[in-house]
Design a protein around this ligand. Structure first.
Ligand code: URA
Length: 238
């Protein structure tokens, strides 16, 4: 728990420079516990602190942890080149807080994407050392065969990596639909593994990370939500 002046609190939450946040407070645009506060140096405990800015409610958060249902045609890179970036789907203060995607999904991949401004969390979640399984549903161009599944489970060699890449689980869901579970997050990994095994990935969706499912979050494409402590405990090796 910290005690901070209101201008510093607003700045830490991504609402602009300390000077700008001070001006917002002095203009009467900020309330705390239902009261307008015009003293920018008024001190508040950050624990369970909620406030409003322009009547919109916000909760103080030291870090933010989000899940986004990524739609197709959005890029995860910091400097998107051909499509809008996923950060454009979030409120502006989150961008000011430097929220970043945890790993990347290709522009045409849809599904569960974690985002945060907590560098340690991003590092842990992205590291192959932590073996957090990620579940993908791939629609394939050619019918799925038992040989394809056996190949993906045994491991395929990708051009840039002498160590074979294996799925930790792989199941056929339909003639052209495969559930594939990976613990690494290499560039275009599912697509490249399918290509190396002689098929082609026509569509890809990530539906689960660790024990956290996209379905349980109930997000439509393009929607995001905060992850609470219970959600975060699911993001581990299962
Ligand atoms: N594997 C891919 O090929 N693409 C993604 O977006 C994610 C995993």
């Amino acid at each position: 728990m910290k005690r901070l002046s209101l201008d510093k609190i607003l700045q830490s939450q991504g609402f602009g420079s300390r000077k700008w946040c001070g001006e917002l407070i002095e203009s009467g645009d900020v309330t705390v516990a239902g009261q307008v506060v015009t003293d920018k140096k008024a001190m508040f405990s950050t624990e369970n602190l909620s406030f409003t800015l322009y009547d919109e409610p916000w909760q103080y958060r030291e870090h933010i942890y989000l899940a986004l249902h990524k739609p197709a045609n959005f890029e995860c890179s910091r400097k998107p080149s051909h499509h809008p970036g996923v950060l454009t789907l979030l409120p502006e203060p989150f961008r000011a807080r430097d929220v970043q995607p945890v790993g990347r999904l290709d522009h045409d991949t849809t599904g569960l994407l974690l985002m945060s401004d907590d560098g340690a969390f991003i590092h842990t979640q992205s590291s192959p050392k932590y073996h957090v399984p990620k579940v993908y549903i791939a629609t394939t161009a050619d019918p799925i065969t038992p040989e394809l599944i056996a190949h993906l489970l045994a491991g395929v060699t990708l051009h840039d990596d002498p160590v074979p890449c294996a799925a930790v689980r792989c199941e056929m869901r339909d003639s052209n639909e495969l559930e594939i579970v990976l613990e690494q997050g290499k560039y275009h990994q599912v697509k490249r593994m399918l290509a190396a095994a002689g098929n082609h990935c026509a569509q890809l969706r990530r539906v689960q990370i660790g024990g956290l499912t996209l379905e349980s979050l109930g997000l439509a494409q393009g929607e995001w939500c905060y992850l609470d402590a219970a959600d975060l405990t699911l993001l581990v090796a299962v």
